[in-house]
Every structure is written in C-alpha cells, then in structure tokens.
Design a protein around this ligand. Structure first.
Ligand SMILES: CC(C)(COP(=O)(O)OP(=O)(O)OC[C@H]1O[C@@H](n2cnc3c(N)ncnc32)[C@H](O)[C@@H]1OP(=O)(O)O)[C@@H](O)C(=O)NCCC(=O)NCCS
Length: 167
C-alpha cells in the first residue's frame, strides 16, 4: 500500500502517476474522468490518495479524495482493475486512506454515489459508510445520487447497513 503525496513529487513521477491512474480509470469506469481531470485533482494540495500495486508495480486500485475542511475529506474516486475485483483491493485502499487521514485529524468522510452502483454501495457500507441523503434524479441518466458519510461513531456502531433518511 502506498500513500502518495501530491506535493513535492518530481515532475516525471507526477506525470507517470497521472497516466497510471487515468489508464486505470479508463478501464474501470463507464464514464471515466479525463487525464486532465485526474491531473488537476492530483495537483491540488488538498488531494489525498491511496494506491495498491501488485508485486510488479502495476496499479491494482486507488482511492482519491480531497480535504474540503480541516477535518473532513470528500472522496471523489475509487477504482479497481476489472481483472482484480472482489479480492479486497477496494476495501484495503479505502480503509488505509481512512486510517491515515484519521491520524491527521480527519473525523468525517463524505461522498456522493449513483444509487444504481451496487458494487460501490456495497463496498462503502462494508467499510462503515452510512447513507444520509438522496438527491432524486440527480444524474443525467435519471439515477438518484446517494450521499454517504463515514464517522468513527457510525463505523464502531455497525450502522453501515442502515439508511438514516434522505433530503
Ligand atoms: C466498487 C469497486 C471499487 C470495488 O472494488 P473491489 O476491490 O472489487 O472491492 P473489494 O473486493 O474490496 O470488496 C469489499 C466488499 O465490498 C462489497 N462488494 C464489492 N464489490 C461488490 C459487488 N460487485 N457486489 C456485491 N458486493 C460487493 C462486498 O461486501 C465485498 O466484500 P466480500 O468480497 O468479502 O463480499 C470496483 O467494483 C470498481 O472499481 N468499480 C468501478 C468504479 C466505481 O464504480 N467506483 C465508485 C464510484 S467513484
């Protein structure tokens, strides 16, 4: 597992990381971020990123977020190589990011998710996220957006499978 700081990297390292993440996103997602979007996100001093590689250094999965407040992280992207799913990679990168950011003072993690993305919803609830809101027909395809949060209290209480209501 590798925590990647977006600041202080050498130019070549940053380019190669952007290419590897953009490549994985292109393979993993139906509506992937562009390389420019990935580059912008990684260039932010607020970015937080956790990656997992295989023994040969190939990128298996990552989670990318950003600090939206001193103690709050918003998660923007989680993706795992389609050939390596259900092996625990998504869970590992999410749990490691949460642990590292909690050590840095973060108390809450937030994200927004298409309600029909059953795999991602199952992953997030498995690591302790709770659905706290819903935006009806939020996406262009008519799907609802779910709003999820992770707090230490919810995770400790095993409240991950409940929906606490919507807006
Ligand atoms: C969502 C995603 C990241 C999950 O990654 P993953 O490495 O396969 O997930 P894990 O193996 O760590 O799964 C952990 C738990 O999540 C749940 N889960 C993950 N994928 C699931 C699926 N397809 N169906 C049901 N439950 C699932 C399970 O509870 C699983 O535990 P288990 O395997 O012991 O049953 C992966 O499917 C992906 O890259 N999807 C495309 C990108 C995406 O939609 N990202 C979210 C929006 S940004």
């Amino acid at each position: 597992m590798e925590e990647v700081e977006s600041e202080g990297m050498k130019r070549g390292e940053e380019d190669s990381l952007v290419e590897r993440i953009a490549g994985l996103v292109g393979r993993a997602m139906a509506h992937p971020w562009s390389g420019a979007q990935v580059a912008d996100a990684l260039a932010s001093p607020r970015a937080c990123l956790m990656c997992q590689e295989d023994d040969a250094g190939a990128l298996l999965g990552f989670v990318l977020g950003r600090r939206v407040d001193q103690d709050v992280v918003e998660i923007d992207l989680v993706a795992v190589d389609p050939a390596r799913r259900r092996e625990g990679v998504g869970r590992a990168v999410l749990e490691e990011l949460i642990a590292v950011e909690r050590d840095g003072g973060v108390v809450e993690f937030r994200l927004e998710l298409a309600s029909l993305n059953a795999a991602a919803l199952a992953l997030y609830t498995a690591v302790g996220f709770v659905v706290v809101g819903r935006r009806a027909r939020y996406y262009p395809d008519g799907d609802d957006a779910l709003l999820l949060t992770w707090t230490a209290e919810d995770a400790a209480g095993g409240a991950g499978e409940s929906e606490r209501g919507g807006d």
